[in-house]
Design a protein around this ligand. Structure first.
Ligand SMILES: [Ca+2]
Ligand SMILES: [Ca+2]
Length: 174
């Protein structure tokens, strides 16, 4: 019993103190703004030239790996990570990484080590133009929900923080 407790304590000390999972159930709809998304090479896409998009803000509470994933979706999703701020009129400014299909099926996932204390913006959109549908976005790591930091026209959809420590422990993720 004592050994088990010590082992748990030792393991718990390896988990980042502020590990959290932010979850948002959202949708791309005809009332969302559109823009010309980037491609995975972070250049202007010649395909997704007029895609609906949603904006999510978060900041890092520590340095470490962060997973940004569309875990459920009714369409071929595309996600882009920006550091600092996002401007739909200049989508190649501040873009850090973009992904089309690294998640399940045609869904998107980015896993990237991020420095603590920075503001980030995740843009959820579609691969093709004119696509609408529901999705779930998860952002997991040393993160906290952020607020709008620049003159982005669309209000941020709320990210809900769900205590993820137990889930992280159970799964033994890094
Ligand atoms: Ca939306
Ligand atoms: Ca995709």
């Amino acid at each position: 019993m004592k050994k088990l407790s010590l082992a748990l304590l030792a393991f718990a000390s390896l988990v980042p103190a502020h590990a959290a999972m932010l979850t948002s159930n959202g949708s791309l709809s005809a009332s969302d703004p559109t823009y010309n998304r980037v491609n995975e090479a972070l250049a202007h896409s010649g395909i997704g030239t007029n895609v609906y998009y949603d904006v999510f803000y978060f900041h890092t509470t520590g340095t470490g790996s962060v997973r940004m994933e569309i875990t459920t979706g009714t369409f071929d999703s595309f996600i882009t990570l920006y550091q600092g701020s996002f401007n739909a009129a200049s989508p190649t400014t501040n873009d850090v990484e973009a992904d089309d299909d690294d998640g399940v099926g045609s869904l998107s996932k980015i896993i990237r080590s991020l420095n603590g204390g920075n503001n980030y913006v995740a843009i959820v959109t579609s691969f093709n133009n004119g696509v609408t549908g529901n999705y779930t976005l998860q952002v997991e790591g040393a993160v906290a929900a952020g607020t709008q930091t620049s003159g982005v026209p669309e209000p941020s959809t709320a990210l809900l923080a769900i205590p993820a420590l137990a889930a992280i422990c159970l799964r033994g993720r890094k």
